[in-house]
Ligand binder design. Structure first.
Ligand code: PHE
Length: 365
């Protein structure tokens, strides 16, 4: 080709009217755009159909829906092609794209509805309650037999007008001994010497120190019962336990005598054990009572007497120690073992049963 013709052809090409040039160049691309779009739509539809079938729960389906139908999703992206499509084809391209979008939207909705209802179905099935099944029985506990007996005794005396008072389990020697008329060199100390915590404090061997605490802080009349745990230097056997429970009773007022004690005890015996019991006093010794007695009862028809407590008239020395005037007031006291009362009432022959936590025993009460 000659230089002139090259130039002409260059010029000719360059000199072509713009419209012609454009239509020349775009005709083949327009064709491929629509075909191409159709193919891409078919591909997307195929992919979506597979994904829809595979999405087995609502969450997966939602992620999938956003990928295709979201604002920046694959379908929205495909819509951009519209800008490049020839004006004549825009209508058809738009129709195809809208058809894709509408079809996809309803396919997702349908699938979502089906998944939701089957998930709901599954949940209903999973969470359904079979009201015909036997229920789970939660066992009820109950109070320990000792607590029951303690409360029963408390309630009997509360009905007679006594208040319940308690005191510390670790006592000083003063409350445990001196104030109860047991000086340091008194042989009776040996009976109540228990477990010392320090040189002057010990685990109380009886509830009598509570009497002192109450009388020190209350002017007469005093009418109390004092339940509580006690400790003794006793080896464990069927009738002894180094840990046990007592209930102390104290009534101090003008003009009380042993006859009042007897009457109170008769009332108590009738309430706690039942009708027809006989009661007798026999002489005993306690440093804090004068006179001191041992109380026995005999069940109707029974041969033997059972000792139920130690008791007596409060020793004037005890009243003086707490600042009461023994010329004006007198009183009586007793101390009973709760275990012993429970054993007598229910025919339990081994004190250890209360502490071994054997449910076969405990459940009988
Ligand atoms: N404290 C005595 C004891 O433990 C019992 C008792 C209390 C005796 C009150 C008389 C008066 O053995």
């Amino acid at each position: 080709m000659s230089r002139a013709s090259l130039r002409r052809s260059f010029e000719t090409t360059r000199g072509k009217p713009l419209v012609n040039e454009k239509s020349d160049r775009y005709t083949p691309r327009q064709m491929s755009d629509l075909t191409d779009l159709g193919k891409r739509i078919a591909d997307l539809n195929g992919e979506m159909a597979r994904g829809l079938a595979e999405a087995s729960d609502v969450q997966t389906l939602e992620r999938f829906r956003v990928e295709y139908l979201g604002r920046k999703g694959r379908i929205a992206q495909l819509f951009r092609v519209l800008a490049e499509v020839a004006p004549d084809d825009k209508r058809e391209a738009g129709r195809l794209l809208n058809e894709l979008k509408d079809g996809a939207t309803s396919a997702f909705e349908e699938r979502a509805a089906r998944l939701t209802s089957s998930e709901l179905q599954e949940r209903l099935l999973r969470e359904s309650v079979d009201v015909t099944l036997p229920g789970v029985c939660r066992p009820f506990g109950h109070l320990h037999p000792l607590t029951q007996v303690q409360r029963e005794i408390e309630s009997i005396f509360m009905r007679m007008g006594f208040d319940v008072a308690t005191g510390p389990e670790i006592e000083t020697e003063y409350y445990n001994f001196e104030a109860l008329n047991i000086p340091a060199d008194h042989p009776a100390r040996a009976d109540w010497d228990t477990f010392y915590i320090s040189d002057t404090t010990l685990l109380r061997p009886h509830t009598s120190p509570v009497q002192i605490h109450v009388m020190e802080s209350t002017p007469p009349p005093v009418r109390i019962i004092c339940p509580g745990r006690c400790y003794r230097r006793d080896a464990q056997d069927a009738t002894h336990s180094p840990v046990f429970h007592q209930i102390e009773l104290l009534w101090v007022e003008e003009g009380l005598s042993l006859a009042n004690l007897k009457y109170v005890l008769e009332l108590f015996t009738r309430e706690f054990f039942g009708e027809g019991y006989l009661m007798r006093f026999s002489g005993d010794f306690f440093p804090f009572t004068e006179p001191s007695v041992q109380v026995h009862i005999k069940a109707p028809g029974a041969a033997g007497w059972m000792e139920i407590m130690g008791a007596g008239m409060v020793d004037p020395a005890v009243l003086t120690a707490v600042g009461y005037d023994p010329e004006c007031v007198s009183g009586f006291a007793f101390g009973l073992g709760i275990e012993r009362m429970a054993m007598l009432k229910y025919g339990i022959d081994d004190i250890r049963a209360f502490l071994t936590n054997d449910l076969r025993f405990i459940r009988q009460f």
